[in-house]
Design a protein around this ligand. Structure first.
Ligand SMILES: [Zn+2]
Length: 143
């Protein structure tokens, strides 16, 4: 976070006279910046959920392995239990995919103005410096 603010600070210095015009837009940047900590917290929470699901999946896989081994040794009537664990893993995979999708939707995608290389605020579509509309297809910096 500190680094982000320092970079914003350095860019603000370069602005000189044009800084006045930025007033309103700078507020947006601040709003975006303060929104992030809670998002980071949410992402951390989701990642913990994800690792729990992963652990659960491993346990089920281990269970299947044990059952298959017992089957090899001649133990009968295990297919139903194996099938049950397979279904459980499938459900866990679906849950994991949902969480991963959520995490990806939180990832801040910073657009960079192709003209002046100004970093747009997260979710922004217009350059705060020159006013150019920057499309998603422009240079994107993954944070
Ligand atoms: Zn620009």
């Amino acid at each position: 976070m500190v680094d982000v603010f320092r970079r914003i600070g350095e860019k603000a210095k370069d602005l000189g006279d044009k800084a006045k015009d930025l007033g309103e837009k700078a507020k947006d940047v601040t709003k975006e910046a303060t929104k992030r900590p809670s998002e980071l917290l949410e992402i951390t929470r989701l990642k913990i959920d994800l690792s729990k699901l992963e652990k659960e999946k491993e346990n089920n896989l281990h269970g299947i392995g044990t059952l298959v081994y017992q089957k090899c040794q001649g133990k009968e009537n295990l297919d139903q239990e194996i099938e049950r664990l397979c279904q459980q893993i499938k459900a866990l995979e679906e849950e994991k995919a949902k969480i991963e999708e959520k995490i990806n939707s939180y990832k801040p995608r910073i657009l960079i103005c192709p003209d002046c290389k100004w970093e747009l605020p997260a979710g922004g579509t217009y350059c705060s410096f020159c006013g150019k509309e920057v499309k998603e297809t422009e240079e994107v910096k993954e944070v």
